[in-house]
Ligand binder design. Structure first.
Ligand code: UD1
Length: 432
């Protein structure tokens, strides 16, 4: 099984180019199937979740041409199946976006209940409530969700919780419903705006994405277009935190600094220097940072997907920090792993109390999920001696060329599988 072997201690220095946003791309790929013409999507990240979504769309009969590593053309005219189920789909959370896309286009769809990272209970009741309000009947049986509508009609829907997935899913279905839909208490994440922008380029009439209320005037059909995925806020944030944690100096390029403000503000508050440019952010880690209080919130609040990474930084900062996780209840599974590296973290329910230590020490740890896995890699990059991160399949779901990018910044990290590869890495890093 593939693992990362890391020798900590090198500050990360240099420039890193951020890939397209995985979570935006998942919605965009589903939306692309809604036209009977070609939709070209560029700046796709080459990560396992995206490749699985493209394969799934191809399996449903859509014509899919992979133009290069980051570009795919999708034509939904040839889609022959609205049933989406295979072993990969069952593990992938975002397959649920095909429910909204196909319900809007064909009036019916059947998709395996989503899996994804095990970070807590992840119900889809708000998605289903939205579909029902548009006139669909919903059945959940044998691990499959089926939605069916004779006709989709616009409706006024008030979501009970702010959900990225439900907002995007119901917005897609509403784009092809008859009449006007008003979605209230919606998610404002950059990827919600990105999917709305693509749908509008395909001929939809969606207003208000990025605010609390989205208004959709249904149209009869959508057409082909070309679109480029926005930069990945979380990949960028991960490199920003890695720069700070290793006391480095990294310019994170090809980003939208506005999307990173929630992260930049926190890093500044604890003592990092942050310089913002038009499409780049430079993070300079200066000695030992200060403690802080952090609570995860929907955008523009501090993202839950950055919680494990910033916790590593706070584990190395001066004083006691409090991290409150308010989105997913099971997102502190990395804490036990960090304890093995010498961190002092006490988790009570959805709150972690972190007492900063001067240094972490290398250990054998396991990635419990995607973002926690990235956090453990950051921990390893700061730690004394060698850290082994197991289960890196999670990390590969969402970070393109993670080890390569870290290496280009001076991080000592390698993907290893065999004892010989481990020994070779140790020999190389001992001398280097
Ligand atoms: C998306 C992201 C994920 C991120 C999360 C929050 C994708 C593919 N994944 O996940 O990386 O961590 O947003 O920013 O984009 N909820 C309900 N009922 C529902 C839907 C959600 O109660 O029908 C709850 C969830 O349990 C959670 C909260 O709402 O507590 C937010 O979840 P949601 O925004 O839907 O997350 P995802 O779209 O699954």
């Amino acid at each position: 099984m593939k693992q990362y072997m890391i020798k900590g201690g090198n500050p990360l220095v240099g420039d890193v180019i951020i890939a397209g946003a995985k979570n935006a791309a998942l919605g965009l790929l589903a939306a692309a199937t809604m036209a009977d013409e070609m939709v070209l999507i560029d700046n796709l990240p080459d990560v396992d979740d995206i490749n699985a979504m493209v394969d799934t769309i191809e399996e449903s009969g859509a014509t899919v041409s992979r133009m290069d590593r980051h570009k795919v053309a999708i034509n939904g005219a040839t889609t022959f199946s609205q049933t989406v189920d295979n072993a990969v789909v069952r593990k992938m959370r975002a397959s649920y976006y095909l429910l909204g896309a196909m319900l809007g286009k064909y009036g019916h769809a059947q998709v395996a209940l989503p899996g994804g990272c095990n970070i807590g209970s992840r119900p889809i009741d708000q998605h289903l409530k939205g579909f029902e309000a548009l006139g669909a009947t919903v059945d959940v049986n044998w691990g499959m969700v089926s939605v069916h509508a004779e006709k989709l009609t616009g409706a006024h829907i008030f979501f009970d919780v702010v959900s990225v997935g439900a907002t995007i899913n119901v917005m897609m279905a509403a784009a092809l419903a008859e009449g006007k839909t008003v979605l209230e208490n919606v998610a404002k994440e950059p990827h919600v705006v990105d999917v709305a922008n693509l749908l509008n380029k395909m001929g939809a009439n969606i207003k208000g994405a990025g605010t609390d209320v989205i208004r959709v005037q249904g149209v009869k059909k959508l057409h082909g277009t070309e679109y480029s995925v926005i930069p990945d806020q979380i990949e960028a944030g991960t490199f920003m935190v890695a720069a700070a944690a290793t006391k480095g100096d990294v310019t994170v390029k090809n980003v939208i600094p506005k999307h990173l403000e929630c992260i930049s503000a926190k890093l500044r508050e604890i003592g990092c220097e942050i310089l913002e440019f038009d499409d780049a952010v430079r993070v300079i880690g200066k000695g030992r940072l200060k403690s802080s209080k952090i609570k995860t919130l929907p955008y523009p609040g501090f993202p839950t997907d950055m919680q494990p990474q910033i916790a590593v930084l706070l584990a190395l900062s001066k004083g006691t920090s409090i991290v409150t996780e308010s989105i997913f209840e099971n997102r502190f599974k990395y804490a036990d792993e960090l304890l093995r590296m010498g961190a002092s973290i006490q988790v009570e329910g959805n709150v972690a109390v972190i007492k900063g230590v001067e240094k972490l020490t290398g250990a054998d740890v396991s990635a419990p999920d995607l973002r926690a896995g990235a956090a453990l890699v950051i921990a390893g990059l700061t730690a004394v001696d060698y850290t082994h991160v197991d289960d890196i399949k999670y990390i590969m779901r969402g970070y393109e060329d993670f080890a390569e990018k870290l290496r280009s910044l001076g991080g000592q990290i390698a993907e290893v599988e065999t004892e010989e590869e481990i020994e070779r890495f140790k020999l190389k890093t001992r001398i280097g």
